[in-house]
Write a protein that binds this ligand. Structure first.
Ligand code: GDP
Length: 418
């Protein structure tokens, strides 16, 4: 049963690189949190009456509690983000649905996405919508309702709608992948704003092109802009609607080679985001429509149009191959961009707290040395006084002795005279 398969954790998936790294770094930050809290308790114990740590020392260390907390919050929400671009009706929504194994986003004639849709996992078993900047949750039960809700809310082209879908229903969502669908690059002049608002943190970009035509200037322009703002963006090109090639098998290889060469040229020579060899691994010829159909069938969902064109299996394998390469790329890239920075900060925090403790320790040692020194001086002073006393007493004794002697002498003299 397909549904069951989707629910099972896929330990072989390259996405696990990110999942495991995220777990590890979260665990490390739990330890850092404990360490900082221990340090604060210790600081309190040696401040106040004890007078070893000053209130400033305590406050310095205490400030790290909220810093660590803030990082832990960000870490919990960290995800892998993929953004899909292309001209209207090239099949972006269909690609996303096929990757999610379900018809989640509305697609097809009559519906064009005129805003950004961000599909992400929801921890509850409900699906709902939320527009950016609002806390209101709109429940959605079905795709048609989702489409209706999107039209009804009269969204602007540049707005973002979050679509929360139960994690347990899709492997990608469960492993923290967030998928962003965009309005067609042909419908807007606001490419710059889009990139700044929704793309700067994307780990992977997927250009959904139409295999029935060639790469368009508008599509190319968009990625030219992306590559000026992001250094070395990871770009995949899906030549979608490749099922159309089945009707002209005699040209299939020729057309494929032509498309592939142009795409390699675009990535490697025009954008210079990878080598020609790497570019070959970023270009795929697929049919999102067939892939979605195959998966809907696997999950025993009711689907129409059961007949698929010649070669659909090969196209499906290529789709699966794309997913694997995409998963590998996105998880590695996200680990690098998201976690490298956090682990550096974690290291700095641990170092800073240690330095603060060392400072207090050094102060305490200095205080102790000072006390010992004071005692030593006191002791020396006492010895001197003692010595003086001894001398004085000895002198007095002598004097008294001499006085007694002289008195005795005088008395004996007087007595003898009488
Ligand atoms: P978007 O505007 O880029 O999101 O495009 P959609 O996903 O809404 O797709 C537009 C239309 O193209 C829909 O009717 C899809 O069923 C159809 N479509 C998508 N992918 C394919 C494909 O691989 N082959 C064929 N023949 N049709 C497709």
């Amino acid at each position: 049963n397909g549904a069951v398969r989707v629910n099972m954790p896929n330990v072989d998936s390259p996405l696990q690189i990110f999942v495991r790294a995220k777990k590890k770094i979260n665990d490390i930050f739990v330890e850092i949190d404990d360490y900082v809290k221990d340090a604060v308790t210790f600081m309190h114990a040696i401040s106040g009456d004890k007078g070893i740590a000053t209130p400033q020392d305590v406050a310095n260390v205490e400030a790290y509690i909220s810093k660590v907390q803030a990082i832990r919050e960000v870490l919990k929400r960290d995800h892998m983000k993929v953004a899909f671009f292309g001209r209207t009706s090239n099949g972006k929504s269909t690609v996303i649905n096929a990757m999610l194994h379900d018809k989640i986003l509305p697609s097809g004639i009559g519906h064009t996405t005129n805003c950004f849709l961000q599909v992400e996992g929801s921890d509850t078993d409900e699906a709902f919508l939320r527009t950016d900047g609002s806390e209101e949750k709109l429940n959605v039960q079905s795709v048609s309702q989702l489409g209706h809700a999107l039209c009804a809310s009269r969204l602007q082209e540049c707005s973002l709608v979050h679509v929360y879908w139960p994690r347990e229903l899709c492997a990608l969502l469960r492993d923290d992948v967030v998928l962003v669908d965009s309005p067609g690059v042909d419908v807007t002049p606001n490419l710059d704003t889009w990139i700044d608002q929704y793309c700067l943190d994307a780990d992977v970009f997927v250009l959904v092109a139409n295999a029935e035509s060639t790469l368009m200037v508008t599509e190319k322009n968009f990625f030219h802009k992306v590559s000026t703002k992001i250094s070395q963006p990871n770009i995949f090109i899906l030549n979608n609607r490749w099922d159309a090639s089945a009707s002209e098998p005699e040209y299939l290889e020729q057309v494929r080679t032509q498309h592939a060469n142009r795409c390699v040229d675009f990535l490697a020579s025009e954008l210079r985001v990878c080598t020609p060899k790497e570019a070959e691994d970023r270009i795929f010829f697929i049919s999102a429509k067939e892939a979605l159909l195959t998966r809907m069938r696997e999950r025993e969902k009711p689907v129409s149009s059961p007949i698929m064109a010649e070669g659909h299996q090969v196209r499906y394998f290529e789709f699966v191959d794309f997913e694997r390469k995409f998963e590998e790329c996105i998880s590695k890239s996200a680990v690098r961009t998201k976690f490298a920075q956090h682990s550096r900060r974690g290291k700095n925090i641990a170092g800073d707290v240690m330095a603060a403790l060392e400072l207090v320790y050094n102060n305490a040692t200095e205080q102790k040395t000072a006390k010992v020194e004071k005692q030593r001086i006191l002791h020396e002073q006492l010895s001197a006084v003692e010595e003086q006393l001894t001398t004085i007493t000895r002198q007095m004794k002598d004097k008294i002795n001499r006085m007694v002697e002289s008195v005795e002498h005088k008395v004996s003299l007087t007595l003898s005279q009488e």
